[in-house]
Structures are given as C-alpha cells and as structure tokens.
Design a protein around this ligand. Structure first.
Ligand code: AMP
Ligand code: GLY
Length: 423
C-alpha cells in the first residue's frame, strides 16, 4: 500500500515513522513534510488545502491511503471532496467528513452535540451580537475565572481565561467585533472547570472504536505551566491518574456516547477522535473535541503503540475495527519540544541545527525544519520533538533531556520541567 500523509509537523513525522514499520506499507509520501520526513519518506511540495494538486499527486504516485494530519483540510471538506469523485472511490481516506469535522471547527456545534448526547462538559452559552444582553447575564451567573472561546478555528489562540468580570464583558465585545475574525462572530462562554487535563484518542469507523494510549501535553511556554499558550511544549504517556476506575468512567460517560452520537447523526466518521478531558474531583468532563491526532501527543502515543498502525487504519476504513486488538507497551514515553527563541510570539527561522547525528536512545521527530544543501535549518516555532521510551517516566524524561544536551541552534528554547508533577 502507498500512503500519503498531509502535514508538516512532528505529528506527521511520527505517523510516517510508525507506518514505515508496517508490513502493509510500501511507499510513504508526506505533503509538504519537513527535513525529518525527508529522511524516511518522499516529500511532495503541496499545500494541505490544495485539493486539486493533492488529487493529481494521488494519481501520479498510485496512493492507496490518505492520512490527513491537521484539522484545516478536514474542516474545509477534503474527505467529501475525494468521496464525491468516482476516480477516487478506492482511496482509503483517514479523516472525517466536513460535517463531522465541525466537532473541532465549531465549539458551538461541539457543545450542542455533547448536550444532545448527555456527555459531561462545562455549562455554556453561545453569544452572538444579537443576544449580547443574555450573554452578559450568563457571565454574571458564573464564578470567575470566565472562559471565552471563539467558535471557529483560531490556530489555538481563540480561548481566553479571564479573572475580572469587567474584562470578560469587554473581551466578549471585542471578540464579537472580530478580534479573531470570522472565528469569533460567535463566542462560547463556559463555566471554568478546575482539574488536571489529559487527552485520549480513539480511532473509529463511525460505529466501532479502539483506544490508543492516553497522553498529556504541556501547553504553556513557561515552566510550572506559566506564560502564553503554545501548540504544545511536550507530552507524556501514560498519565498517572488515568487508572482503571477513571478510565471506565471515561469510556462509559464519554467515549461510548460520543461514538453513539457520531453514528446517530450519520456523521461518516473514519478517523481519529481526540478528546481533551479534565478530571474534576474524579469525574471526567470534555473540554474539546479534535478530529485529528494531537501534536506533540502523537509522538508519545505512537512510541507506545505495539500494534501495526496501518492495520488499525485499514480496519477503520473497511469498518472492521471490532476485529482489532490494540496493544501498547508498558514503557513510558516522553517528548520534549525544542522551539525557536521568542515562540509563540515572533521568532527567527533559518538557524542551523547541530547535533542531529546523535539520537542516543531517543527518536527525533522533526517539526519546523527544512533541508538546505547538507544542512538542516529551523523553519518554524516548534522545531524538534525529542522523544524517548523508558521503563518508567523518569527514565523516559531523563533520556530525552540527555539527548537534548547534544542538540543546539541559535536561541533554542525548551521547558526543563516536562513531567514535573510525576517526578
Ligand atoms: P480548548 O481550545 O477548548 O481546548 O481550550 C484551550 C485550553 O483552555 C484547554 O486546554 C484548557 O486548559 C483551557 N480551558 C478550556 N475550557 C475550559 C474550561 N471550561 N475550564 C477550564 N479550562 C478550560
Ligand atoms: N497539542 C494539542 C493539539 O494538538 O491540539
């Protein structure tokens, strides 16, 4: 089978790395990819939203399976695009339909879905310019801090958590007036939930599902979870509080009703369901749905996965997931992101990365990197996901930090405290 993976981050490098271990997979292409995917696959210089060009490449390279990494093309309807063309009726697309991708593309849609299928989540109100007075009344009914979320995709920046009532009301007005463009024409206001977060990942065929290992990511730029939100500065798996009791609650109260909801709504869902959860005094609540894998969560999840990943994806496409048993390693996995100085605000690119020859026991998944001549240069905010397995979390973390000592580039930054609460 020939596979095309769309995207250019650590997630896509990890997916390519894992699929390369499968006996079912012959050739792997990544579009547009990065310097890391270039080492193990063939990069194609195509934008992830350029469906016509992607279709041409699929024909030229005889692609059998298309794995969509990021959310954008899914929300833009890439799956419907290929399903509507008879030439591509045999293409195994891993990614939900445009309608189902609204679970990530619209917070309001996701909240309504959770409400309908009685899935535990924070109390909410969807504000629009027309109902601003009711929205303000809803804010008044909440205890601070106040959570304001742009309805649409806002590159991870659309959620504000605000301490002061007055600021919450003025920010609500700013958002409705276009602070995040079209994405904040509607704003979901939520009660604040206090607890520890984790992410779980299901692969579904729209009816059956299998769970991949759980993970936790570290979103803030600064140590002790301070400073601005980022795409993710590191990830660990397993997560200690995801014990059998909590896991059973998650499955019964969240995963099963979610899959039931997808089926009941005829969502045509073949792909990943990423559920961001929060543990409030032992009870799980959904913070958000994503319709793709997480980054950097994928890096730790796939390091721990024993089962042939391509077999899982083929079973999802052929709607036979009930026959698949997913096995993961008992080892712990830890990923530390090396980022460009200044990220998540302005940063410089094109810095030469040194020390990439040494991997030790780690796997280096590339994110924002590119090859120029015989050099590898930085090409984004998040640059490298240094990932390791260990017999326990301390070993996995120690290994990743040991590998990082050998790697350098100008203004390289990373968090020294990933997994701090576990140590
Ligand atoms: P989201 O994009 O919905 O995942 O939100 C981004 C981050 O904001 C989450 O990972 C949480 O850390 C935080 N957050 C979102 N909603 C809530 C909530 N209702 N209560 C507390 N924290 C939240
Ligand atoms: N790491 C969070 C995400 O991929 O959305």
């Amino acid at each position: 089978m020939n596979v095309l993976i769309l995207g250019s981050g650590g997630r896509e490098n990890a997916i390519a790395w894992k699929l390369k271990q499968s006996t079912l997979v012959k050739n792997i292409f990544v579009a547009p990819g990065n310097a890391g995917t270039d080492l193990i696959a063939t990069n194609l210089s195509l934008g992830v939203n350029n469906f016509d060009k992607i279709a041409e490449a699929i024909k030229i390279e005889n692609i059998d399976m298309l794995v969509v990494g990021p959310e954008d093309p899914l929300v833009n309807g890439i799956t419907d695009y290929f399903r509507s063309k008879s030439d591509f009726s045999n293409l195994k697309i891993i990614g939900p339909s445009k309608k189902a991708a609204q679970l990530e593309g619209s917070k309001n849609f996701a909240k309504k879905f959770m409400h309908k299928y009685k899935i535990p989540t924070a109390r909410y109100f969807t504000a629009k310019k027309e109902n601003i007075n009711e929205a303000v009344e809803f804010i008044k009914s909440l205890k601070p801090p106040y959570v304001l979320k742009a309805d649409g995709l806002a590159a991870g920046k659309g959620v504000l958590i605000i301490e002061e009532y007055d600021t919450a009301v003025s920010e609500l007005n700013n958002m409705l007036s276009g602070k995040f463009g079209e994405a904040s024409k509607k704003v979901v206001i939520e009660e604040f939930l206090d607890g520890e977060e984790l992410s779980i990942f299901a692969v579904t065929d729209g009816k059956n599902y299998v769970l991949l290992p759980e993970a936790k990511d570290y979103k803030r730029i600064g140590e002790n979870n301070t400073g601005l939100n980022t795409g993710g500065m590191g990830a660990v798996s397993p997560v200690s509080f995801f014990n059998n009791e909590f896991k059973n609650k998650v499955i019964e109260k969240i995963v099963k009703p979610t899959i039931f909801g997808l089926e009941s709504e005829n969502m045509d869902y073949v792909g990943f369901v990423f559920i961001g959860l929060i543990n409030v005094n032992g009870e799980p609540y959904v913070i958000e749905y994503n319709v793709r894998m997480g980054d950097p969560e994928t890096e730790v999840v796939l390091l721990r996965l024993k089962t042939d990943f391509a077999k899982i994806l083929v079973a999802a496409y052929s709607k036979t997931l009930q026959n698949i048993k997913v096995v993961f390693k008992n080892d712990a996995a830890a990923t530390i992101m090396l980022v460009s100085g200044g990220y998540p605000e302005d940063y410089e690119k094109n810095k030469e990365i040194l020390g990439l020859d040494y991997q030790g026991e780690s796997v280096l998944f590339h994110a924002g990197t590119k090859k120029e001549g015989d050099k590898i240069l930085t090409n984004g905010g998040r640059v490298l996901a240094v990932s390791s397995l260990g017999k326990d979390m301390i070993c996995a973390l120690t290994q990743s930090y040991k590998t990082i000592e050998k790697i350098s580039f100008d203004k390289m930054n990373y968090r020294h405290d990933i997994g701090f609460e576990i140590k």
